[in-house]
Write a protein that binds this ligand. Structure first.
Ligand SMILES: [Ca+2]
Length: 199
């Protein structure tokens, strides 16, 4: 039995001529989680079982559905199975000198989709309290590293995803950094399209 598995592994590797495409893989977590007001982060897990690495980051998409009445409060991060994290949304409108940021709302009806191919960040400039962030395909968006919390880093998704092992627990981590306005993470989805992965 051991010999049989070993033989299969060798065959799989030598067969990888760059044209074979991995099958689509996806996961979702639709358990709604309240986001504590000005409190600790929540973590929503998705398990991926394929023992593969990311070959093409442009075929990886994260779709987030959340409700919140003050988008400047929130940091939303994607956490990989190895524990490293990258910010998808970081306190929209908060400047390095401080401030509360954008008062616009997130609505779970407007899905926020993130992919390394997307070049434009979330549009929040000019929106007021009663406005809602539009659904769309976005690049990670938010304040610089000098914006609190400094450990939440906004970086290109391609850089974060390339060659990452996909096996294990991915998490969407959401934290509310301002008092008064509250919200809920309604759910999220992680998609590896055909050809995204390699052995
Ligand atoms: Ca809040």
């Amino acid at each position: 039995m051991t010999l049989l598995i070993f033989a299969f592994t060798i065959f799989s590797c030598s067969d990888d001529d760059g044209e074979r495409r991995s099958e689509p893989v996806s996961g979702s977590n639709l358990i709604a989680m309240p986001i504590p007001d000005g409190g600790n982060p929540i973590n929503s897990p998705i398990e991926i079982t394929q023992l593969m690495k990311i070959k093409d980051p442009s075929k990886v998409t994260v779709v987030v559905n959340l409700d919140h009445t003050f988008c400047g409060d929130l940091v939303v991060e994607l956490v990989a199975p190895n524990g490293t994290a990258t910010a998808l949304v970081k306190r929209l409108g908060v400047a390095s000198s401080g401030g509360f940021g954008s008062a616009a709302n997130f609505s779970s009806a407007n899905a926020l989709s993130f992919n390394s191919k997307n070049e434009t960040g979330i549009v929040f400039e000019g929106l007021v309290t009663s406005d809602v962030i539009a659904a769309g395909d976005y690049a990670p968006t938010g304040g610089g590293q000098d914006v609190v919390p400094q450990m939440a880093v906004v970086q290109p998704l391609e850089q974060f995803l390339a060659n990452k092992d996909v096996s294990g627990q991915w998490k969407l981590r959401v934290q509310d950094h301002g008092n008064a306005d509250i919200g809920t993470l309604v759910g999220w989805r992680l998609e590896f399209a055909a050809g995204a992965l390699k052995e």
